[in-house]
Design a protein around this ligand. Structure first.
Ligand SMILES: Nc1nc2c(ncn2[C@@H]2O[C@H](COP(=O)(O)OP(=O)(O)OP(=O)(O)O)[C@@H](O)[C@H]2O)c(=O)[nH]1
Length: 345
């Protein structure tokens, strides 16, 4: 038996460990917030499950973490194709805790940006092993201050994420003058009236604001009633890189270095012309100018974020890898554009 201290939920004599579900549309800032939270001294005893859409996981290389209590679930959304994987991931990390290999008293689950939180909550509440040892402490939904309103208009997944929130964080308010834009605030007030939004910049928030939000039994009942029974969303043979009709993920890989101006041209062309259909781009790039210092790039719809240079390659894989999630844009078109610019570079 490990000597694990249990930090039970208040009023929970059974000593269930609290689980927080961190959700929010593609690129809303979930990984940024998580990275920052995990550096907070009060968060040292947290385990994390990260789920990524598509079969080329990158987040585990991009989340700065000094701890090993992180399990990555790749290859689809927890909400549709890999719900069984959520159970397995929680069971795996729970077994590590019981065997004394992992020492945590709080679990955080970061969903993909396309996830419907309802089936995830359903699994947490109904899987016998999970329900025995863990209890939902709250759903924290991140909404991007700059793209959030347009995203809520176009993507029902984003609406559901906001509607189920116990806490809404409006991220990137440094891009909107430190404020939540009025139109977005009004939309959120109707979607999540009991979760007034908090503005957040660069993931800076007191962790206490995110915990102890446990939804009431009546709310849980409502979700359980509204959610499909386990198995209904699990499609055998479902392509993990597809979501709905025309959203798909793909990865561009290039072993040779890429010149900075070729990369900048590619990002500029793509974000300007694909606009809202470039749901997400993230990647790690070997720049010709600094091949030993990998560059992390991000774009969310029409916004290309400030690239960040890492002090070292996070894994032995030193190829440039760009993961894209697009709506109705062919992989071949994007790959050709990238190759043309990189080859000419
Ligand atoms: N200016 C600004 N940029 C931010 C902020 N938070 C996150 N970003 C940037 O937004 C981009 C996306 O952030 P992530 O944390 O990767 O977003 P995510 O929600 O984890 O993305 P997915 O996992 O792909 O859905 C990155 O370039 C971040 O640096 C913020 O508060 N301000």
């Amino acid at each position: 038996m490990s000597a694990v201290r249990h930090q039970a939920l208040p009023g929970d004599p059974a000593g269930h460990l609290p689980v927080t579900v961190l959700t929010g549309f593609l690129g809303a800032g979930k990984t940024t917030l998580l990275g920052r939270l995990l550096r907070h001294p009060g968060m040292a005893r947290s385990a994390v499950i990260i789920n990524e859409f598509g079969d080329v996981p990158l987040d585990h290389e991009l989340v700065e973490h000094a701890k090993e209590d992180i399990v990555e679930v790749a290859g689809g959304c927890l909400c549709c194709t890999v719900r069984g994987d959520l159970s397995r991931a929680v069971r795996q990390i729970d077994l590590s805790r019981r065997r004394g290999r992992a020492d945590f008293d709080r679990l955080l689950i970061e969903t993909t940006g396309l996830a419907d939180p309802a089936p995830i909550i359903h699994t947490l509440l109904t899987d016998p092993v999970i329900a025995h040892g863990y209890a939902l402490d709250g759903i924290v939904t991140l909404v991007d201050a700059a793209t959030g309103l347009a995203t809520l208009e176009r993507h029902p997944e984003a609406v559901k994420q906001a509607a189920m929130a116990d806490r809404v964080l409006v991220t990137k308010t440094d891009l909107t003058g430190g404020r939540i834009p009025a139109g977005l605030a009004a939309r959120l007030a109707t979607l999540a009236p009991s979760a007034p939004p908090l503005p957040v910049s660069h993931g800076r928030i007191d962790p206490a604001a995110l915990f102890g939000l446990a939804p009431s039994p009546a709310t849980l009942e409502r979700w359980l009633g509204a959610t499909a029974a386990p198995g209904e969303h699990d499609h055998a043979g479902h392509d993990p890189n597809r979501h709905g009709e025309d959203i798909r993920a793909f990865c561009l890989r290039r072993p040779g270095p890429v010149r900075a101006h070729a990369l900048a041209g590619f990002l500029e062309l793509l974000s300007t012309h694909a606009g809202p259909d470039l749901l997400r781009l993230k990647g790690i790039v070997k720049l010709a100018e600094h091949p030993h210092l990998p560059l992390v790039v991000h774009a969310v719809q029409h916004i290309v974020h400030e690239p960040v240079e890492l002090p070292a390659w996070p894994s032995p894989d030193h190829d440039t890898r760009l993961v894209l999630i697009t709506r109705g844009i062919a992989e071949a078109t994007v790959a050709e554009l990238f190759d043309t610019l990189a080859d000419a570079g």
